[in-house]
Write a protein that binds this ligand. Structure first.
Ligand code: 1HE
Length: 260
């Protein structure tokens, strides 16, 4: 799906960082079908050099959610397919090729919050605000929000946001777990790129385990989780890169953990 509303720029000496921009500022980066499919395609076709991605929005807002102008004439069957299209696209973000950091500012609402929830780390600047206006528009989340958002903040907080139209500011959003980092206004992208660069320097198999194994283990019973953990940790530590990194530390060449 070709659209100028979504761009990708490769950064870093080895093009290891993908900067993905929602670029529909006049519509507050509202996600029409073309844009949702473009997100799917960009993650499915991620260049092999890329080890981490950042997604952000052009203009004053991250994303105003679903493009409401496309909602009007959809019947129930079309609605199911439409929601499943969003699920498929955002699955490419969450379980896709690389860890994704969302740089959030301004509105992070509706489907915009669903997109942010599919990312692995969220950085909010002081201008960010979070809401689920679906509740007051007579609709429901359809982009995976009812699965992912309760895992971040609990079902009670999500229900409150939808029942009452509650808008959480940046500080509150960070406090309840919608964002892991809160930074001064205008600096979310810089911070997200810094984090992505750090993530890209990890052993690829560690990042793979964090993306693919950790969320599945979190969904398992404790007994199954312990067993899955044993399997994945054995696979990750077996990689030559893991052995080399541990050896470096033991020989005094590896980085120490420093208080930040
Ligand atoms: C839009 C959309 C949109 C803006 N669909 N066109 N999402 C919402 O319910 C949020 C709706 N949007 C807003 O509450 C506000 O636009 C914002 C708080 C995000 C930004 O306010 P502001 O004052 O900066 O912009 P604006 O003047 O409201 O909007 C500028 C233009 O963007 C205007 O179009 P114009 O042609 O009159 O210039 C708006 O109509 C347009 N616009 N947001 C379509 N969302 C998978 S299911 C997910 C379900 C949902 O996401 S429901 C929640 C939808």
């Amino acid at each position: 799906m070709q659209t100028n509303d979504l761009t990708i720029e490769l950064r870093g000496d080895e093009e290891q960082i993908a900067l993905i921009t929602l670029n529909r500022p006049t519509k507050r980066n509202a996600l029409n079908d073309g844009l949702v499919l473009a997100i799917r395609d960009i993650f499915q076709g991620m260049p092999h050099s890329v080890r981490a991605a950042v997604i952000h929005g052009n203009g004053d807002h991250f994303c105003a959610g679903l493009d409401l102008s496309e909602l009007s004439e959809r019947n129930a069957a079309a609605g199911v397919h439409h929601s499943r299209m969003w699920h498929h696209a955002l699955d490419q973000v969450e379980r896709g090729p690389v860890p994704v950091v969302a740089a959030l500012h301004g509105a992070v609402v509706g489907g915009g919050l669903e997109l942010a929830s599919a990312c692995h780390i969220r950085v909010a600047d002081a201008s960010a605000f979070f809401a689920l206006p679906e509740g007051s528009r007579g609709i429901f989340v359809g982009g995976g929000g009812s699965v992912r958002i309760p895992r971040l903040i609990g079902a009670a907080r999500m229900a409150d946001m939808m029942f009452t139209g509650r808008v959480l500011g940046a500080e509150e959003g960070e406090r309840v777990g919608l964002a892991q980092y809160l930074v001064p206004q205008g600096t979310a992208l810089e911070k997200a790129l810094e984090l992505a660069t750090r993530i890209a320097s990890n052993a690829p198999l560690t990042n793979y385990a964090l993306m693919q194994a950790l969320p599945r283990i979190a969904d398992q019973t404790a007994d199954h989780g312990f067993f899955t953990e044993a399997l994945i940790s054995a696979i990750v530590q077996d990689a030559p890169e893991a052995k080399a990194r541990v050896r470096e530390f033991l020989e005094g060449r590896g980085p120490k953990v420093k208080k930040q």
